[in-house]
Design a protein around this ligand. Sequence first.
Ligand code: 26V
Length: 804
Amino acid sequence: MSNRFDSKEVFKERFKLEVSEMYGRNFEETSSIERYQVLGHMIRDYVGINWRETKNAIKKKETKQLYYFSMEFLMGRLFTNNLMNLGLYDVVKEGLEDLGMDINEMEEMESDAGLGNGGLGRLAACFMDSLASLNLAGHGNCIRYRYGLFKQKIENKRQVELPDCWLKYGNVWEVWKPQHSVEVKFGGSVDLYMDHMGKFHTNHNPDFVVRAVPYDEPIVGYHTKTTNTLRLWDAEIDEASVNSGQLNKYLNDVMAITANVYPDDSTAEGKKLRLKQEYFFVCAGIDQIIRSHLQVYPTLDNLPEKVAIQLNDTHPVLVIPELMRVLMDDYNYEWDDAWRIVTGTVAYTNHTVMAEALEKWPQDTVRSLLPRINMIIEEINRRFQFEVDHKGLLHIWNNVAIIKEGQVHMAHLAIVGSHSVNGVAKLHSQILVDDVMKEFAVLYPERFNNKTNGITHRRWLLYSNPQLTSLLEDTIGDSFKTNPEDLEKLMDYVDDPIIQNRFMEVKHQRKQILADYVKKTLDIDVDVNSIFDCQAKRLHAYKRQLLNIFCVMHLYFRMKSEPNFRIYPRTFFFSAKAAPSYELAKEIIKLINFVAEKVNNDPETNSFLKVVFIPNYSVSVAEILLNAADVSEQISTAGKEASGTGNMKYMMNGALTLGTLDGANVEIVERVGQENAQIFGLHVEDINELKHQNSYNVWDFYNSNYNVRRIVDSLANGTWSSNHDEFRLIYNDLMLRNDEFFVLADFDSYVYAQSQVEQRYRDRGRWARTMLINIAKSGYFSSDRTIKEYADEIWHLTPISFED
Ligand code: 26V
């Protein structure tokens, strides 16, 4: 029977039949979750035909393929995304309506796939959507974590972490492929021996073997046949390796590998389990690539011509030694030939300059867990040292060594073993070359390049903001859907008061939707006519949520002490998860919630000022939060935020960027113009200068600035909490550790910028114009543009052809 249900009638017929066959009951007696399961499977099966044809076309045409290796894929929900990409949304929506059902209820049944921490994982998900939509063969490789990133609750104004059981009702999109399982070996010892031809061979006697078993999810392109694969590896026991005496330990060790996403994106703590996870999905992914390559081609010599591997940060960097191992130990390649293949295939993206997030592993850990890989890393390091010496650059060795003082520097391994190294925004890529990786940029100048991040305009505009989408269609036609840079057509209308009004009306509708959500989930009333000012992102000191809440405190103090001072009504929304072990970040969440309680309950000011902390920031929360914003807070210390991607989502939905010149903010301003963004604060050069001269002293600001002093004092004088020690950690971090992220240095400039935002908002026509310009100029930030650049300049991919 065909899987197709392109008309409403066929859909209804099939759906009812499948539900009652599946559960052996009348359709009317089945529950929502049961119906959701069947519907999901129907959609996945529908996709199956294109999935097969994509695989066949790739083989037949010998199309080059990309494998995107990432420890994180923050996919969110796929139900609406898949239906819309397939062009089936209306058929299903109307069909369900006829059956007395609401498609929104089905959408809500799905759990977010929260297999990631933040920007890096969501970028991987946006890239998957763009690859398929551009007809490029690009697949994801990751771990099938049983639990996603923790769920956040706020209890007693503090973050509480709960497990995210996203697989509770299964996952309708995945297909289990036990026949494609791979053995992954850990620990033990390696024997080296020479054969009669004088060639070296190795024999690894592991002490722990697991089976990696793939679950494949189809990635459906927008209105195209192309259907790629996201492969998630689960760990299962290897029956032959179970040692009966230690059965329980073995089972626990196997289970542990795929239990959790590491929730800490702030410190690269040397946890052995993390390294196990990294090798686990790398080893399995490489094995699959080699096997499928050899099904089509007789040799691995042409691997770089047919396969590109992109490393999403250093987490999958073991791809480099692992591919060397396979080529040499399993396929008898000599070192130099293997190295040519590896470096020709692999490319690396850096996502952070924060020293504490750059991965380093104690070599003892690498040696004991991965003895053969360790040997290969040592040899890469030895040969690299030889090369540096040969170039007369031994004086830089200390800054570029892969192995140094008993630690393996993963970023160094990544640069040495790749043909391309990219940052994720212009400024960030420049900082890599000028500063963080400057010695490597001297060694390998041709490797360094920039690929400014992007976001899929399908999820972040077409699907999450249908009101704006339909107004855009009415105004500029629908070419922007497939060619997002056509949003530029909106420039013709930015001065048209009728269009301006209609866009303001759409924004109002989105604000109402967010307000309803806040009322329903938090029982807080917010004024939809107030300015919606949003900061939603991981909680990190460098992102400076503290600067934002300090300004809120300041406005509150002023309104309390100056009866004539009243601000334009504003609602400050925060949403942020803190890593469970990141104490300072958790304290900042607590401070925001204490401030919220006080200001929201003060009748003298609460019609002007409200603070709302939305718990459990996730893809689904972002889908209703970002497009309701008037103001997008992008206020990191200059030089610290590699790119940011939330900034692009807000822009595309018509918010004004209130930001520092950091990450991709720089490129946003470049496009909209200074007059359509609100930029403030120290520049990277200023910060470098202050650091260089060691001239920043937080007490100077405290002593000379009354507003600053009033805020800092309030942390410890009972203003927000009767416990004067409640915010001791924040106080100490700021005042006794000299404010590492220059919060107080930027304070005045930020407060001034906020007052400017208010001035702008008071002029409705001018505000609408700015909003339209932001939307019009946002096409550049579609991940379609980013992926085209990767495909042309790094991967050398050409689109899949389905023609005979
Ligand atoms: C680091 C670590 C350290 C080891 C433990 C687990 C873990 C997990 C994630 C990370 C990655 C931190 C880097 C990161 O997320 N970077 C963000 O990447 C975004 C996409 O390029 C970019 O927009 C953000 O500015 C950048 O902070």
